[in-house]
Design a protein around this ligand. Structure first.
Ligand code: AMP
Ligand code: ZN
Length: 113
């Protein structure tokens, strides 16, 4: 399949991997927007959030759990961090394999930025 993140999962292209288990892979974003910017993805290809099925609920929970665990390991869980999942064009999605952005180590503003 011609999917960038499936290729990272399959080691067809390199990724700066920081966590892996049976279902999930996490690697550093190539264009970081914060001192920590990790992408957490399911190993199984799911194109967008709109493609989630009821059987995927535990998998999505696992993405969030891994994000929180990485934040704690890196020491910024208490001060705070941001997680983002973009969906489709207007949501800013550019890679069509769902991923959770974990960003930490700086202050984020809301809305925007
Ligand atoms: P999104 O815009 O939410 O789809 O996020 C896609 C993210 O993937 C962006 O933050 C990119 O910087 C990142 N990205 C693109 N190619 C790679 C790559 N080869 N390795 C790591 N991150 C990547
Ligand atoms: Zn994929």
């Amino acid at each position: 399949m011609d999917c960038l993140f499936c290729k990272i999962v399959n080691r067809e292209i390199p990724g700066d991997i920081v966590f892996e288990d049976d279902e999930v892979l996490a690697f550093n974003d190539i264009n970081p927007q914060a001192p920590t910017h990790v992408l957490i993805i399911p190993k199984r290809h799911i194109a967008t959030l709109n493609d989630l099925e009821e059987g995927d609920l535990a998998l999505v929970g696992r993405l969030q759990y891994v994000a929180a665990r990485l934040a704690r390991e890196r020491g910024f869980a208490e001060e705070g961090y941001r997680v983002v999942m973009n969906c489709n064009d207007l949501g800013g999605q550019t890679v069509y394999h769902i991923h959770m952005h974990l960003m930490g180590g700086r202050r984020f503003t809301w809305p925007a930025g």
